[in-house]
Design a protein around this ligand. Structure first.
Ligand SMILES: Cc1ncc(COP(=O)(O)O)c(C=O)c1O
Length: 407
C-alpha cells in the first residue's frame, strides 16, 4: 500500500502557501526575460576575489574550525564585531545581544516561533514583505494592517490598532520598504517607537536594505531611536532588529543577525537550535574577516554606486515611457520601485502580456495580507543593466497603455 501523504500533513500546511513570487520567478527565470521581478542582488557585484582570498586563508590556517559544528548563537568573534558595527551606527549592543542566523528569513521565522500562538494578532504594514507573511503564517496569526503612504505606515492607524487589538508584535520595514521602496520619515519613526513602547508591544524592525542609500540623509533606525530613549541600554530595547549580509556580501552565504535584549537572545538561540543547530561556520568566518579588515564599507560603496545609477535609469525611463496615470515614489535606496495604476486595472493579468513581450514584474496583490492591491506592481532595478532597464520600461509602458485603453 502506498502512503497517502495528503492525509498525514499537519494542519499548518494549509496556511503555508507557495510564495506567489517564487512561482512568478519561475517564469521570470527564462534567460530572454527582462527580470524586473526578482529581489536578487547583482551577482556581478559579489566580492569574489576577497571571498576567495579569505576562504583560501581560512581553509589553510583553520580548516578544522571552519568545517566543524559551531555554537548556536554564532561565532563569538563575529558576534562581537557585529555588536561594534551596530554600536557605531547608534544601536548600542554587546555580543550577548547578537544572535547569528541563517538569513533574515530565519529571523522572521524564529520571532514567529517565539511569539505567535494560533490566533494571535500581528500588526504589519499594508503592503508588507511576502516572505514575512510566509514565515509567520506557519504559526497561525491573525493580521491587522496599517496602510502605507509616501511617508511610511499611517501612525493614526497604528495607534488605533494598538488601542483595539492585543498585538504580539509589529513587523515594520522603515527603510527602503519591500515592496514599496518607501522610507518612513523621522517624525513617524519617533511616533511609532513611542506608541509601541506605551502599548508594551515590541517592534520587529527588518532592515536588509538600510545600507543601500542613494539619495537623502541617513535616518536613525527604529532600534537606534528606541535605544537612545533608554539611555543606550540594549537590555531595555523594545525593538528587535534584523540585519543581513545578503544584500551587501552575497545572499548565498545565508548569513544574518538579530539584535535584541540578551534574555530574548537566549530564547531565540533555543528556537534556532531546533531549526538548524547553527549557521554556516565558513560563511561566518568570511563575514567576520570583512568586518575585521574594514572591507564591508567599501563593498557597500561599490554596490551603492551601481544601484543608484540603475535606480536613476528606471525613474527616468518611467518618466519618459509610462502614461501619467502610473504613479510611483522615487526610492531613496534599496532594490524596489512600486507602481500604482488606476483602480480596476489588474496587474496579474498585465503580467501575462508583459511576459509575452519578455518583461517580468511582481503583481501587487500578494503583498496585501488582507486583500487588495490588484492595481499595483513591484519592480527591481538592482540586477538589470541600465540599457536593458530602458528597453524593458518602454515595453511595459506600451503594455500599461494597452490595459488602460481596455478599462
Ligand atoms: C524585507 C526582507 N526581509 C528579509 C529578507 C530575507 O533576506 P535574507 O536573504 O537575509 O534571508 C528579504 C529578502 O529579499 C527582504 O526583502
Amino acid at each position: 500500500m502506498s502512503v497517502d501523504w495528503s492525509g498525514l500533513y499537519a494542519q499548518r500546511l494549509g496556511r503555508m502557501e507557495t510564495s506567489a513570487i517564487r512561482e512568478i520567478l519561475k517564469v521570470a527565470q527564462s534567460p530572454d526575460i527582462i527580470p524586473f521581478a526578482g529581489g536578487w542582488p547583482e551577482a556581478e557585484l559579489f566580492p569574489l576575489e576577497q571571498i576567495s582570498m579569505i576562504c583560501d586563508e581560512v581553509l589553510s590556517e583553520r580548516p578544522r574550525e571552519a568545517l566543524q559544528y559551531g555554537l548556536t548563537d554564532g561565532l563569538p568573534l563575529l558576534r562581537e564585531a557585529i555588536a561594534g558595527y551596530m554600536t557605531a551606527r547608534g544601536m548600542a549592543a554587546r555580543a550577548e545581544n547578537i544572535v547569528i542566523v541563517s538569513g533574515s528569513q530565519q529571523s522572521l521565522d524564529l520571532v514567529g516561533r517565539l511569539f505567535i500562538d494560533e490566533g494571535d494578532t500581528v500588526l504589519v504594514e499594508s503592503p508588507t514583505f511576502l516572505g514575512a507573511a510566509q514565515a509567520f503564517n506557519a504559526y497561525g496569526p491573525r493580521y491587522v494592517t496599517a496602510p502605507m503612504d509616501e511617508q511610511g505606515p499611517c501612525v493614526g492607524a497604528i495607534e488605533d490598532l494598538l488601542a483595539h487589538h492585543r498585538c504580539k508584535f509589529m513587523y515594520l520595514m522603515p527603510t527602503f520598504h519591500n515592496p514599496t521602496g518607501v522610507t518612513t520619515t523621522l517624525a513617524r519613526r519617533q511616533q511609532v517607537v513611542a506608541l509601541a513602547r506605551e502599548a508594551g508591544v515590541p517592534i520587529l524592525e527588518d532592515d536588509p536594505y538600510g545600507q543601500l542609500r542613494y539619495t537623502g540623509e541617513t535616518l536613525p533606525t527604529l532600534a537606534a531611536i528606541d535605544i537612545a530613549a533608554q539611555e543606550g541600554d540594549p537590555e531595555r530595547a523594545n525593538v528587535i532588529y534584523a540585519g543581513t549580509f545578503s544584500k551587501t556580501l552575497a545572499p548565498g552565504l545565508r548569513l544574518a543577525w538579530v539584535v535584541c535584549p540578551s534574555e530574548l537572545a537566549e530564547q531565540l538561540v533555543m528556537a534556532k537550535q531546533g531549526a538548524d543547530l547553527h549557521s554556516n561556520t565558513l560563511s561566518q568566518m568570511i563575514a567576520y574577516e570583512f568586518l575585521r579588515r574594514d572591507w564591508l564599507d567599501d563593498q557597500v560603496e561599490r554596490i551603492r554606486s551601481t544601484y543608484s545609477a540603475r535606480c536613476d535609469a528606471m525613474c527616468e525611463a518611467i518618466k519618459a515611457h509610462f502614461p501619467p496615470e502610473a504613479r510611483y515614489v522615487r526610492p531613496e535606496g534599496g532594490l524596489f520601485l512600486w507602481v500604482t495604476l488606476p483602480e480596476g486595472l489588474d496587474t496579474a493579468a498585465m503580467l501575462a502580456d508583459a511576459a509575452a513581450h519578455k518583461v517580468a514584474f511582481v503583481p501587487g496583490a500578494p503583498f496585501f495580507v488582507e486583500g487588495g492591491g490588484q492595481n499595483s506592481f513591484r519592480m527591481t532595478f538592482a540586477s538589470v543593466p541600465a540599457d536593458t532597464i530602458r528597453r524593458g520600461i518602454r515595453i511595459l509602458g506600451d503594455v500599461i497603455r494597452d490595459h488602460l485603453a481596455r478599462l
